[in-house]
Design a protein around this ligand. Structure first.
Ligand code: SGN
Ligand code: CA
Length: 550
């Protein structure tokens, strides 16, 4: 199977070729005369909006019961919604490296959040620059090395902060007053307005920090989600029977690993007043940093006014066990959703700017996240696993006249596909060694044969949240996973009968054929991309030294 993006463009994409031919013909008719500007094929702009840890479960276009996201939803009603969009490695820096290279982690050198991105390799933005695009990167970068291939960049150092964050640009580091999501949008709009060479089409990466942990809310409406109890997922109190050790041993349970101070914003004084000792978290690293180092007095007062009564009430109620888990889930969701409200509002602001400047319909807009996230499913927060909530990521794409408005796609697509898709939209060549392929064949119709299996490989173990190394594949119906260190366990899920992945059928004799077929397909898929169990062992050796030093 050819996997490198040589499929035919659907009919509407032929416009680009026609435009080029028309321009050439105009030159031939008037030898020596330069083609008039309005005869040049006009290539669309591209904006890729990436949030950090935004679960599809918290987007109303995906049926969320937690929040309305009208501006994000607009991209779905006027464009495509991909329901089977997956990442290759569900963690931040690796996902970003995949976006920039069109390659899985084993091939682009960035397997975990500790590796440093080699910006001298071929990148999407570099190729777009070479193809005549003006390129910009604003917001969360998280690749450690300095951005390359951008005409303009202004990024958060490392994870970034929510209030009055530092930014780094070619001019060095500075602190900017305000809330991070508003500031990133201000910077993006300022560049669109006055910062770029308006003669060229542009590629803008507009990348939010929100809704990343620890979910510090915007201060204009921090308690918007406090009014009603938020619906709990069915598996909030999961006991992990039916799966292997990896799920049981992961350290990302709301009950045991979500910190009462850093995550749930209980003050150290409140915590000291409890007559038992639930897990408090990293007060010094996180809570104190926000409160004492970054926030100003007015911001601190605004937040204390909301959190103070909640925290007093919490101490008085003295919750334990499942009641405590439920309370923590509510507090988690209240702050998580508030950060998303701000993302949605700011996307509205960006869309308005594009609209009032006549750029909206000539701009291809993608909305995605660097991965999915657990909103209490399986009792968890965080990501990393190949289970659906973190393997899947939201993906919406608006391009009027070129993609079906309101279309839903079930084809298996992955974040390796961004680079080839964007390059093809720009009329630029797609390098042969990119793993992904252009989504163009899906612009007007769905095609479940687009890809036989989505591939996954997670490497950051030992590490925070203790999710074991694993690789696997997912077809339209089944998922096969191999956890290979410090354990040797396989899991197989039938997503048709068990969409929530509560029971592995790997050892079930009635699935023996499926198991055999999926095992053979996994070997094919690994060979296709140049990954293998042997390579996994080599990386393990290399990574162990670095990861255990963290
Ligand atoms: C931080 C978070 C983790 C999270 C990683 C990676 N802890 O370390 O919960 O998994 O980032 O996130 S925190 O207490 O510092 O918030 S990623 O999105 O960058 O991959
Ligand atoms: Ca992330």
């Amino acid at each position: 199977m050819n996997n490198y993006g040589t499929e035919q463009f659907p009919k509407k994409q032929i416009w680009l070729a026609l435009a080029v031919v028309t321009t050439l013909a105009a030159c031939i008719e008037r030898p020596g005369a330069p083609a008039a500007v309005d005869e040049q094929p006009s290539r669309p702009n591209v904006i890729l909006i990436m949030s950090d840890d935004h679960a599809y479960q918290a987007i109303s276009a995906y049926g969320s019961e937690l929040i309305e996201t009208p501006n994000i939803d607009r991209l779905a009603t006027e464009g495509l919604r991909f329901d089977h969009a997956f990442v290759g490695n569900s963690i931040c820096s690796p996902s970003r490296a995949t976006l920039l290279t069109g390659k899985f982690s084993h091939a682009n050198g960035l397997r975990n959040n500790i590796n440093v991105f080699d910006g001298s390799q071929t990148t999407l933005q570099g190729l777009m620059q070479g193809a005549g695009y003006e390129t910009a990167m604003v917001g969360k970068w998280h690749l450690k090395s300095e951005p390359t291939g951008f005409d303009y960049w202004d990024v958060l150092p490392d994870q970034g902060e929510y209030y009055n964050p530092d930014f780094v640009s070619v001019d060095g580091k500075r602190r900017v007053e305000g809330y991070v999501t508003d500031i990133i949008t201000d910077l993006a709009i300022r560049w669109l307005d006055t910062g770029r060479n308006a003669e060229k089409p542009f590629l803008l990466f507009y990348h939010h920090k929100a809704p990343h942990r620890e979910w510090w809310p915007p201060l204009d409406n921090p308690d918007e989600f406090h009014a009603r109890p938020l619906p709990e997922p069915e598996s909030l109190l999961d006991d992990y029977t039916g799966r292997g050790r990896a799920a049981r041993e992961a350290e990302m349970r709301i009950s045991d690993h979500m910190g009462l101070t850093n995550d749930n914003k209980i003050t150290p004084e409140n915590a000291a007043a409890l007559d038992h000792e639930p897990f408090l978290g990293w007060y010094d690293d996180a809570y104190r940093r926000q409160f004492d180092e970054y926030m100003n007095d007015a911001q601190r007062d605004a937040l204390n006014a909301v959190y103070g009564p909640i925290n007093d009430d919490f101490v008085a109620r003295d919750l334990r066990g499942d009641d405590l888990t439920r309370w923590k889930y509510q507090r988690y969701m209240q702050d998580y959703l508030a950060t998303i409200r701000s993302v949605d509002d700011n996307i509205g602001r960006l869309l308005s700017w594009l609209e009032s400047n006549g750029q909206l319909d000539n701009t291809v807009i993608f909305y995605t996240s660097d991965q999915g996230f657990y909103l209490g499913e399986h009792g968890w927060f965080d990501k990393r696993f190949m289970y659906e909530e973190s393997f899947r990521t939201p993906l919406l794409m608006r391009w009027p006249g070129h993609v079906e408005a309101g279309g839903v796609r079930k084809a298996l697509v992955q974040n390796i596909d961004f680079a080839p898709t964007i390059l093809e939209i720009a009329g630029a060549a797609v390098p042969d060694d990119m793993h992904g392929k252009s989504l163009a064949p899906l612009f007007e119709v769905d095609d479940k044969a687009f890809r036989d299996a989505a591939y996954y490989h997670y490497f950051e173990y030992p590490g925070i949240h203790a999710v074991k190394r694993h690789y696997g594949i997912r077809t339209q119906r089944y998922k096969l996973i191999h956890f290979y260190y410090d354990i040797d366990e396989w899991e197989l899920y039938d997503l048709q009968s068990d969409p929530s992945e509560m029971r592995s059928v790997y050892g079930d004799p009635s699935y023996a054929d499926v198991r055999q077929r999926m095992t053979a397909l996994l070997a094919d898929v690994q060979a296709r991309y140049g990954d293998s169990p042997e390579l996994a062992r080599e990386f393990l050796k290399i990574d162990l030294e670095e990861l255990t030093a963290q």
